[in-house]
Ligand binder design. Structure first.
Ligand SMILES: [Zn+2]
Length: 119
């Protein structure tokens, strides 16, 4: 074997592997976003101003963890397939997180078992 790219999700030629990977790194995990959503439901406070972010960080999509430069761009984003997909994901059951994974694996706490005696 040994093709060009081992990742099946990279199908289109125009995307290099690096570009594809980068988009994955930029987005927060499902469980992080879900936590944020639960928090923001309780308290509705204005977004903090941030000069480093596009549009001073005022146009934010919680679901996708993305900032937009103005309200038009953000509304356009709300119509995209990617956003709707994500919205649906968040409305469903709570996503798995690290705690779930550890409990399922029977590792609530780190347990290395009884120490073996070496003679
Ligand atoms: Zn979005």
């Amino acid at each position: 074997m040994g093709g060009k790219c081992p990742h099946r999700s990279v199908k289109k030629r125009r995307y290099s592997h690096k570009t594809h990977r980068r988009s994955k790194f930029l987005v927060k995990g499902d469980d992080c976003v879900y936590d944020d959503l639960l928090k923001t439901v309780d308290e509705k406070k204005p977004l903090p101003l941030d000069e480093d972010l596009p549009g001073m960080g005022q146009f934010y999509c919680i679901h996708c963890d993305r900032y937009f430069s103005n309200v038009v761009v953000r509304d356009e984003h709300f119509k995209t397939k990617r956003h709707k997909k994500r919205l649906k994901l968040m409305l469903g059951p709570a996503p798995h997180n690290q705690l779930d994974a550890e409990l399922a694996g029977g590792m609530g706490m780190p347990d290395n078992g009884p120490k073996l005696m070496s003679m």
